[in-house]
Write a protein that binds this ligand. Structure first.
Ligand code: BGP
Length: 471
């Protein structure tokens, strides 16, 4: 729908940008930090690992000064669990605690609101070794205790908290759970068990947050993108609704309502994926839902129906990092209406408006856009120029749709572009860059790690200064 006029962004709208500990910090083994599952991933010979990353650990003051120059109102970062508890539980590492105190104090000094992700992919390897990690019920209390420690230590200055980043991805990517072996179906089954434990752990963390009388808001950072039907054929429309359930809504139903919907229960039963659920788990989740939702959005998908056959019976899943094709349910196809990034992610700004509306209609919670951005092969030209017009256009088009969604009635607290500075991409090393600030390094050539402002930096700076009026 178009409107005759659009109201502007709220004066308190939080314009921001984000990063994650393992992708930005480096210092992977310094000052007492323990190993995480990310540190265990075998070095890919074609891209870099995360050991040095963007060297933020040693450049906090310089990086926060750049955030202040950009005009950020909020900075989203994650705390590395293994800097605080090197073994995931037990002894505290004071140097790790001090590092985040320094970062938070520096942010506050520059009037930048900290938005803290409690856990963003870098799960303690020691917990995997102690009891198998998230697939074990023991994981619940360790996560809760870690969250409690963070609330008590940083809660006087941090008002916005994200519990778990992209849980749906973590449970489907075996290395992020610390799982080994190559039995795809067994790993999926374990993934659903881990998922259940993460939901209980999230509810307990939220309970602890309330019990401590913490101010502010708390919720998960979810990967949630609208899924279009590939055509107007009713079978494709049904496939798109099923895909929304299996990829997105099953998890939100758990977080927000403490329920496995009847359709999702049948889906799990058919595949022998039903997790063990203890008495009281669902009631606890229902009692302690999130008070905000963090949403990571990069692209949308289109799907068509994929009828089961003898060759592809119900239960068949194409082996892929994230669900792509499942017999009897859906198959992801190319959306001919959309352009894509160099990594094939289909660019769909209106999809963001649809996503926000869908979440609002189903769950009616305030939303923080916690990630949105474009990964690209940025080029450092002479005189330190990085002409990233494609990034400006991607962000601008998406922000216009955020404004439209706000006009639709969605409560959006803030917007964190991904990422503040170039960081090591989750899957594609240093060649896929997202930042407003360029870091002068390649995958295997560290160069001088200098920070250089891209064109998008100057554009975002003006946009924030105008509170979004310049869109
Ligand atoms: C999200 C993660 C981020 C970030 C982003 C971009 O899934 O929360 O950590 O990595 O995706 O992904 P990539 O770096 O693989 O392009």
């Amino acid at each position: 729908m178009e409107y005759k006029s659009y109201t502007s962004f709220d004066p308190n709208f939080l314009w921001g940008a984000g990063t994650a500990s393992f992708q930005v910090e480096g210092a992977a083994k310094e000052d007492g930090k323990g190993l995480s599952v990310i540190d265990m991933i075998k070095k890919n010979p074609t891209i870099t690992d995360f050991s040095i990353a963007s060297d933020h650990y040693h450049r906090v003051e310089e990086d926060v000064a750049l955030m202040a120059e950009l005009g950020l109102k909020v900075y989203r970062f994650s705390i590395a669990w293994t800097r605080i508890f090197p073994n995931g539980n037990g002894e505290v590492n004071e140097k790790g605690v001090a590092f985040y105190n320094r970062l938070i104090d520096e942010l506050i000094k520059h009037n930048i609101e900290p938005l803290v992700t409690i856990y963003h992919f870098d799960y303690p390897q020691s917990l995997v070794e102690q009891y198998g990690g998230w697939v074990s019920r023991k994981s619940i209390e360790d996560y809760r205790a870690y969250a409690e420690f963070l609330f008590k230590t940083y809660g006087d200055r941090v008002k916005y908290w994200l519990t778990i980043n992209e849980q749906d991805h973590v449970v489907r990517i075996p290395s992020r759970l610390g799982l080994t072996g190559d039995n795809h179906y067994e790993q999926l089954r374990l993934g659903y068990q881990a998922n259940h434990h993460m939901c209980v752990a999230t509810a307990l963390a939220i309970k602890t947050f309330h019990d401590l009388g913490m101010e502010g808001k708390i919720g998960p950072a979810i990967s949630y993108s609208i899924i279009h039907p590939a055509s107007s054929h009713p079978d494709d429309i049904l496939a798109s609704k099923d895909a929304m359930l299996i990829k997105n809504n099953y998890l939100m139903d758990l977080h927000c309502y403490g329920e496995y919907s009847p359709r999702f229960q049948r889906y799990l039963e058919d595949r022998n994926f039903t997790p063990t659920i203890e008495d009281g788990d669902l009631a606890l989740m229902k009692q302690y839902p999130p008070t905000m939702l963090g949403v990571n959005y990069y692209f949308s998908e289109a799907v068509r129906a994929f009828p089961a056959t003898e060759e592809f019976p119900i239960g068949y899943q194409k082996k892929a990092l994230l669900p792509e094709a499942e017999a009897g349910v859906f198959e992801v196809v190319k959306n001919e209406n959309l352009a894509a990034t160099d990594w094939g992610w289909e660019i769909d700004p209106v999809g963001l408006r649809l996503t926000l509306n869908e979440l609002h209609d189903r769950y009616n919670l305030p939303i923080f856009i916690t990630e949105n951005g474009i990964g690209a092969y940025d080029k450092l030209e002479e005189e330190d120029i990085i002409q990233d017009d494609y990034r400006i256009s991607y962000l601008k088009e998406h922000m216009k749709q955020v404004k439209a969604a706000i006009n639709d009635g969605v409560t959006v607290l803030g917007y964190c572009a991904w990422s503040f500075i170039d960081i090591v991409s989750g899957r594609n090393g240093m060649e896929k860059r997202y930042g407003f600030v360029y870091v002068n390094r390649e995958d295997f050539d560290l160069k001088d790690m200098r920070r250089i402002k891209k064109e998008s930096f100057h554009w975002y700076q003006k946009l924030i200064a105008s509170n979004g009026e310049d869109l």
